[in-house]
Ligand binder design. Structure first.
Ligand code: MG
Length: 263
């Protein structure tokens, strides 16, 4: 292994709480020469925010170490429209920041948009949905940062995720979006290119089988499920084949010894 890609929530931290062994494990693995990257489906914050959060938790990181679904959306637009594009955004500040290189159109000019990019948006309204739908009917393409249906918050409560907003627009439009975040392998491929690593040299470590592990499987990399987040030990037997991890560990403290063991 050369490149290790870590999901954030449920793996490195839960909200503002760093997970046991996370900081020591990352330090140990860096000292052993592994490239470390972080890949999150959350589109509400910028890379700068995540790198500062990680650093404050004792895991020094730069914005370049982090790939979010908002960054993946930016990469997708760069690939498809290298000359620039007009974008109507349904999402929060992090998404706006990462897409700042494009022309962001407001509701008034929605029908001139080339793309509607959708992320989690706590101020989503029927009005916004109707505006985005106008843009789609006028020929814009629908790009989803992720299709996560739910996400957990403190106290074990589940909230509707960005995927619910994407689903509303897909229902109106009658077509499917392009999904940039996990389980699409898109973000993993970009990180592999950046680290000059092949699929054989890359491991994805995540806590959610149907996004993290499926993304890793889609990318053809080795996958490791850590049981400190969403997917529970009891669920392992009932997972579909493409969501089955190669390895399962109880917490990140078990990762350095696992990487010592020949496959
Ligand atoms: Mg997670």
């Amino acid at each position: 292994m050369k490149l290790l890609i870590f999901d954030l929530d449920g793996v490195i931290y839960a909200g503002d709480e760093v997970k046991p062994f996370a900081a020591d494990t990352i330090k140990t693995l860096r000292n052993r020469g592994f490239s470390i990257s972080f890949l999150t489906n959350n589109s509400t914050r910028s890379r700068k925010y995540y790198s500062e959060k990680l650093t404050s938790m004792g895991i020094p990181a730069t914005p370049d170490d982090v790939m979010s679904s908002a960054v993946a959306a930016c990469c997708r637009l760069e690939e498809k429209s290298p000359g620039g594009a007009r974008v109507f955004i349904v999402g929060e500040e992090g998404l706006r920041e990462e897409l700042a290189q494009f022309t962001i159109v407001d509701a008034e000019d929605r029908e001139t948009a080339d793309y509607v990019v959708v992320g989690y948006d706590r101020e989503f309204t029927y009005r916004k949905m109707a505006d985005a739908f106008d843009a789609l009917q006028a020929g814009a393409e629908l790009i989803a940062t992720n299709k996560d249906a739910t996400f957990p918050v403190e106290g074990g409560r589940l909230l509707p995720g960005g995927g619910t907003i994407v689903a509303a627009l897909e229902a109106a439009w009658g077509r499917k979006s392009f999904v940039c975040g996990k389980p699409n392998a898109f973000g993993i491929h970009r990180l592999m290119e950046h680290a000059n690593a092949t699929a054989d040299e890359t491991m994805l470590i995540g806590d959610r089988a149907e996004t993290d592990i499926l993304a890793g499987r889609n990318a053809g990399v080795t996958t490791c499920l850590v049981l400190t987040g969403i997917t529970k030990f009891e669920e392992l037997d009932s997972l579909p084949d493409n969501c089955r991890p190669h390895y399962v560990i109880e917490n990140l403290g078990a990762l350095p010894p696992l990487l010592d063991t020949p496959a």
